[in-house]
Design a protein around this ligand. Structure first.
Ligand code: AMP
Length: 196
């Protein structure tokens, strides 16, 4: 399996790029944010548990998130690989992912970050909020809280993956096609390494 963690701040374009990459590389796309939103919309037990965190732009507790993620991966064990979008977001989640993948004889192949300046991304999110219907995209305070969560809890993952020699970064500013192209250059190299 080729397992890729798409990494980046809120609004960096992870979801948009995942839509292209999953087709191109025949990967399963798992977005923890999308799964949570589906549960919110359908008012499931999980939806009720995560609403308060998501509405505030806080991270959902690790235990709940990891359990949900593992359930999603388990549905796709016969796939070419997985594109993780929005997970892991804490060191504890990254450790849980490593441990879990080991139990299925797999591993994170690489983490690829989409890099962009905060102020550009905040404006992008506010724009997206006009049409996405996402309450967490419509309020600047909530957006800033999501950035604070990112800086405190998620940014340390860069060093976590760097120390494993698995961290790659591309410039996340440009047209959708240009960014897909930059990501593809990295993923093509990884495929060569994995498949030999
Ligand atoms: P996203 O669509 O990836 O921006 O996620 C939207 C919201 O879902 C986040 O602000 C969190 O409240 C929650 N969420 C998504 N993924 C995670 C995760 N890996 N850990 C904790 N909370 C998450």
């Amino acid at each position: 399996m080729i397992n890729i963690v798409l990494f980046g701040k809120p609004g960096a374009g992870k979801g948009t790029q995942a839509e292209f990459l999953k087709e191109k590389y025949k990967l399963i796309h798992i977005s923890t944010g999308d799964v949570f939103r589906f549960n919110l919309k359908n008012n499931t037990e999980l939806g009720k548990q995560v609403r308060v965190y998501m509405d505030a732009g806080d991270l959902v507790p690790d235990e709940l998130t990891t359990k949900m993620l593992i359930d999603e991966v388990n549905k796709n064990l016969d796939s070419n690989g997985i594109l993780f979008d929005g997970y892991p977001r804490t060191i504890s989640q990254a450790q849980a992912l490593d441990e879990y993948l080991e139990t299925i004889n797999s591993a994170v192949t690489a983490t690829v970050a989409l890099e962009a300046d905060d102020e550009i991304l905040i404006q992008r999110l506010l724009e997206r909020g006009k049409t996405s219907g996402r309450p967490d995209d419509q309020d600047e305070d909530k957006i800033r809280n999501r950035y604070q969560e990112y800086n405190e809890k998620t940014a340390p993952l860069m060093d976590f993956y760097k120390s494993q020699g698995k961290f790659y970064a591309v410039n996340g500013i440009g047209t959708i096609e240009e960014i897909t192209e930059r990501l593809s250059l990295v993923i093509d190299e990884l495929e060569v390494k994995v498949k030999g």
